[in-house]
Design a protein around this ligand. Structure first.
Ligand code: NAD
Ligand code: 3PG
Length: 471
């Protein structure tokens, strides 16, 4: 991991627009670090003029809110930058979230916190969101991009943990371990072999052959299972696994079906009555993807009729924000029926919850956030054009890095380069993604007073979504 450049000084637009360009000793045009420009991201907002003045702040003014028990590795990385880091073990309800998000510059969440347009609209200073998990369905990615907020995640640091959990569940379902254990806890000795199986020679059907599905494929084959998979895109098979062209065909040949697709409109109730009907008699269903991929009512019917031999769920349509008792009814109205069925393993969304995964995710997303805040690098962003430049170094006097997030329309570079005309552009990169484009430029021969002028001129461009100047 390369260490990001420390932020020595910064300037941000205040929400009141009543601020002055600082001559604070912590801000120097010739020191390595960041000059933090506009926090305003509204393209068509109430801002019709640039901020009259600029408010200084230092690294210590950077506020980061971390929710949902994010790992210490991330807290340490962010603290080392000098940021103000506020940490919560749980998610927050919408009202509290809106209150808290108002003045933070970056927020870290996991799968529970919903960053909807309604919440993000209140986040006037937000420049980055870190999803310390794989899924990003909890964030309105498009809204964030259109308002200059970069979103980062950790695409594979917990894949192995999920794959291992599923392997455990395959064996546990085949041997009815959950029920036997529960009976013993209730003082009942119930030694049975009926409908208990080895997994050797059985067929595992993987729906979604991405990071998790493909890891699982390798692990399952190493235990003697045959693997088939279904995915919406053609993907290279690992080992002797075989891609199957339709979901129904996969369902009809698999002894175990396991789901590893993202939450999308197309995956909502991907497994419902008709799909379960296509499964083999006595087959098992495992869902560690997202709660609404399985129609729980249909699953209950299939278990109670004996069509399915068991199921393991790690995810649910409405998961609670924090740990505690008396949650079952809130998950889904059919869960109370589900818990009465035999051979059903329910876990509280722990697929990625291992020390290894959480620690790796903390480093990965914590680093991505600091590299974006300190250097403007968007590598790994899920909703933004990806760009990176090496950090400005201390001996590059008079250099300023311009980070310019703008609408992806013709004429932007011509306009921006007019503004840069009196300076030497040492590097300039631009990349677009959908409606949003991002330009990074390192320009030389910039004095402290030039910085304010540059900022104001860039602010006044009609394409501007957000600007930051780092130096
Ligand atoms: N239980 C947990 O704790 C936990 C942990 C990590 C991830 N997850 C969930 O698992 C999901 C999968 O993770 P991943 O890292 O393997 O994702 P991934 O993006 O690497 O793979 C997903 C695969 O699903 C495929 N896909 C998309 N739509 C499909 C459809 N309709 N039918 C079939 N295939 C489809 C994609 O083409 C892709 O190959 C994540 O999106 C996340 O929601 C859960
Ligand atoms: O998307 C993910 O990575 C998983 O669902 C895990 O989410 P969590 O970090 O909230 O446990």
């Amino acid at each position: 991991m390369s260490s990001p450049v420390p932020v020595s000084g910064a300037v941000a637009e205040s929400s009141s627009n009543a601020v002055t360009l600082s001559t604070s000793p912590t801000i120097s045009a010739h020191s390595p670090g960041s000059y933090f420009g506009s926090m305003n991201r509204r393209l068509t907002s109430s801002f019709t003029a640039p901020p009259k003045t600029l408010k200084p702040f230092n690294t210590e003014d950077m506020k980061v809110l971390l929710l949902e028990n994010i790992n210490k590795t991330a807290i340490d990385i962010l603290n080392q930058q000098g940021y103000q880091v506020e940490v919560y073990k749980t998610s927050l309800d919408e009202e509290e979230l809106i209150e808290k998000i108002r003045d933070v510059h970056a927020i870290g969440i996991r799968s529970k916190t919903k960053l909807t347009a309604k919440v993000l609209r209140e986040a006037k200073n937000l420049v980055a969101i870190g999803c310390f998990c794989i899924g990003t369905n909890q964030v309105d990615l498009e809204y964030a991009a259109r308002h200059g907020i970069a979103v980062f995640n950790s695409p594979f640091s917990n894949s192995r943990s999920v794959a291992e959990l599923v392997i455990g569940e395959i064996i546990a379902l085949a041997r009815q371990l959950g029920d036997r254990s529960m009976e013993m806890h209730q003082n009942t000795w119930n030694k049975v072999s009926a409908k208990c199986w080895e997994i050797r020679g059985k067929t595992l059907g993987i729906v979604g052959y991405g990071h998790i599905g493909s890891q699982l494929s390798v692990l399952a084959e190493s235990m003697g299972m045959s693997v088939v998979y279904y995915d919406v895109v053609p993907l290279m098979a690992l080992g002797t696994a075989r891609q199957i062209s339709t979901l129904n065909e996969l369902l009809s040949v698999s002894d175990f079906v396991t789901l590893h697709v993202p939450q999308l409109p197309e995956t909502h109730n991907l497994i419902s009555g008709p799909q379960i009907a296509a499964m083999k008699e006595g087959a098992y269903l495992i869902n560690a993807s997202r709660g609404n991929v399985v129609d729980i009512r249909a699953l209950v019917n299939a278990l109670s009729s004996g069509k399915l031999g068991g199921a393991a769920l790690d995810v649910y349509p409405n998961e609670p924000a924090k740990n505690g008792p008396h949650f079952v009814e809130t998950l889904n109205s059919w869960i109370p029926e589900l818990v009465k069925q035999k051979n059903v393993i329910l876990t509280p969304h722990i697929g990625g919850s291992t020390e290894e995964a959480q620690s790796a995710i903390g480093v990965e997303v914590g680093t991505a956030l600091t590299k974006y805040i300190n250097e403007g690098s968007t590598i790994g962003a899920v909703n933004f054009p990806e760009l990176s430049l090496r950090p400005l170094s201390a001996d590059e006097e008079g250099h300023v890095r311009v980070l310019y997030i703008h609408s992806n329309v013709p004429g932007v570079l011509r306009t921006v380069n007019e503004i840069f005309a009196d300076h030497n552009i040492e590097k300039q990169y631009s990349e677009s993604r959908g409606e949003v484009a991002y330009m990074m430029a390192d320009i030389a021969d910039v004095t402290t007073s030039d910085i304010k002028t540059l900022y104001e001129q860039l602010y006044n461009t009609p394409f501007r979504i957000a600007i930051r100047l780092l130096y």
